[in-house]
Design a protein around this ligand. Structure first.
Ligand code: FAD
Length: 479
């Protein structure tokens, strides 16, 4: 199956599930496989998708999760006046996203997200006209997209993977921005707006533009992004996927050992044996070496883990007694003198009627903020808002929530990206099974849709299908 077929298959799988239809193939597989035991490591969307699919095929499935909750990087906060997504917040490119039919079926409220609905404010509160903002953003996007296409066409073929790239060609997204004069001085309003346009991309990819490989930059960069903003709680989707599964929370997996017959998984709360395992540990956790593999993972996989990187996007949700910003714009932008300082605020009032803003901060600036206290971080966001609305009184928030995805030991970052020294092939390498015993899913194993909730979901279905293609092992008396 090629990737397009996978996507079609996933759509069919989602629709078939909704209609309660199971193919006769699945039924005969269920009969064949019902004695095989599978442990799924991680109860994020990839792990839950895999576990649900395998259970429906008749496998005995156990999910081990280190956190005290399911969902992983899908994390809905319900302590404010409206659900706020502290991790994934939107169903990206809804027209071809397998989560769209699931959200509809399970009546999870979602609203179209208008990326062109932005009010950008310069320091001292000077607003930019919407047309001017669009032009600045469009210039950057068009230049990057053209260069991305050229760099993609010039990628070395896999057989020539050792060939040296032409040192004169742009290698990072920032190389293009610099060469085209799209990053002006922070001392001028235009320069600050250009930096803001770049900072918005940093929020999207979680990485500074200097770190993003141009040749492997997002194929969907200039696609029609008809995203849905989930306002009814992404956790509802997680609850549905998790329903009926045997999930053990608070079980930190510390060691995964396998031989030709079985897998042994040691956790903070005891050991578990299985025929096979699906590992959905985030790339950041694999990079940190927090889980021991015995035997060690193959050299090629370890090298891919080392080459790929985790980006960082953090959010600061701010609830106010009353709205003091424009009601209708989906985003408020800030073109600061400090690069990366809260470039974007999602206006939840537009979709929910509640006076809540969700500030986004990414890359270097986000990493610098993480060691600070919640109050200090909120004070920086308030500083940005007071600069943007200089003519108005900006009150203190009545409640707030702050994320620190880089310091989160269960994630170690927000999502993966391809740095200049890596390639898309590294995602495929991460996805390769080991000895038909260990299978790997998660957003960083999906070359086509990395860094997304649907990419993670699809990877879980992919590995469930791959695993189900094996003949069932016979239980031995140890288990
Ligand atoms: C701030 C932010 C915003 C985002 N915005 C969007 C968006 O708008 N749209 C979108 O599509 N995607 C978005 N994403 C990306 C999306 O959330 C992820 O790609 C996706 O949720 C990853 O799912 P996963 O199952 O691969 O990994 P995870 O959700 O991280 O699941 C892995 C699980 O493994 C567990 N685990 C880790 N270590 C251990 C251990 N040792 N033992 C046991 N369990 C362990 C973790 O706790 C976790 O539950 C965003 C992510 C972040 C952080």
């Amino acid at each position: 199956m090629d990737r397009r077929d996978w996507l079609k298959w996933a759509f069919c799988s989602a629709w078939a599930e909704l209609a309660g239809v199971r193919s006769s193939m699945a039924q005969s597989r269920r009969r064949e496989k019902q004695r095989e035991k599978v442990v799924v490591v991680g109860a994020g969307i990839a792990g839950l998708a895999a576990a649900r699919e395998l259970s429906s095929l008749g496998f005995q499935v156990l999910v081990l999760e280190g956190r005290g909750r399911t969902g992983g990087r899908i994390w809905t906060d319900r302590s404010l006046s409206t659900p706020v997504e502290l991790g994934a917040g939107s169903i990206e490119i809804q027209r071809r996203n397998p989560l769209t039919p699931l959200a509809r079926r399970w009546q999870i409220a979602a609203e179209p997200l208008r990326y062109d609905s932005v009010r950008l404010y310069d320091v001292a509160g000077t607003p930019w006209g919407e047309d001017a903002v669009e032009k600045i953003a469009d210039r950057l996007e068009a230049a990057v997209d053209r260069a991305r296409r050229r760099a993609k066409a010039a990628r070395p073929s896999p057989s020539a993977s050792n060939s040296q790239p032409d040192q004169a060609s742009p290698r990072s997204v920032q190389d293009v921005v610099a060469a085209r004069g799209l990053a002006g001085s922070l001392d001028t309003a235009l320069g600050r707006a250009q930096h803001w346009a770049a900072a918005v991309q940093t929020c999207e990819y979680g990485a500074e533009l200097r770190d993003l490989s141009l040749a492997w930059f997002d194929d969907d960069f200039e696609a029609d992004w008809d995203d849905l903003l989930v306002v009814g709680g992404f956790d509802r989707l997680i609850e549905r996927l998790a329903a009926g599964l045997d999930i053990r929370l608070g079980h930190e997996v510390q060691r995964i050992a396998h031989d030709e017959r079985a897998v042994q998984i040691e956790t903070s709360l005891g050991a578990f044996a299985a025929d096979r395992a699906i590992v959905t540990l985030p790339l950041g956790v694999l990079k940190a070496g927090q889980v021991e593999f015995s035997p060690a993972l193959p050299h090629g996989k370890l090298a891919a883990i080392q080459r790929l990187e985790m980006g960082l996007l953090n959010k600061v949700a701010l609830q106010y007694a009353e709205r003091f910003w424009p009601a209708d714009a989906d985003f408020l932008g800030f073109s600061s003198r400090t690069p990366g300082m809260f470039p974007q605020f999602l206006n939840l009032f537009a979709a929910t009627g509640r006076p809540v803003l969700v500030a986004a901060v990414a890359g270097d600036y986000a990493r610098a903020l993480e060691p600070l206290s919640d109050e200090q971080i909120v004070a920086r966001a308030q500083y940005a808002l007071r600069s943007m609305f200089a003519s108005k009184t900006v009150p203190e928030p009545t409640a707030f929530r702050v994320t620190r995805w880089a310091s989160d030991r269960w994630a170690r970052g927000s999502y993966s990206y391809v740095p200049v020294a890596a390639s898309g092939q590294d995602y495929d390498t991460l996805a390769e099974p080991v000895d038909e015993r260990l299978f790997f899913a998660g957003e960083a194993t999906n070359r086509e849709f990395p860094a997304t909730a649907h990419g993670a979901y699809l990877s879980g279905l992919r590995e469930a299908a791959r695993l189900a293609g094996h003949s069932p092992a016979t239980y031995d008396s140890r288990r």
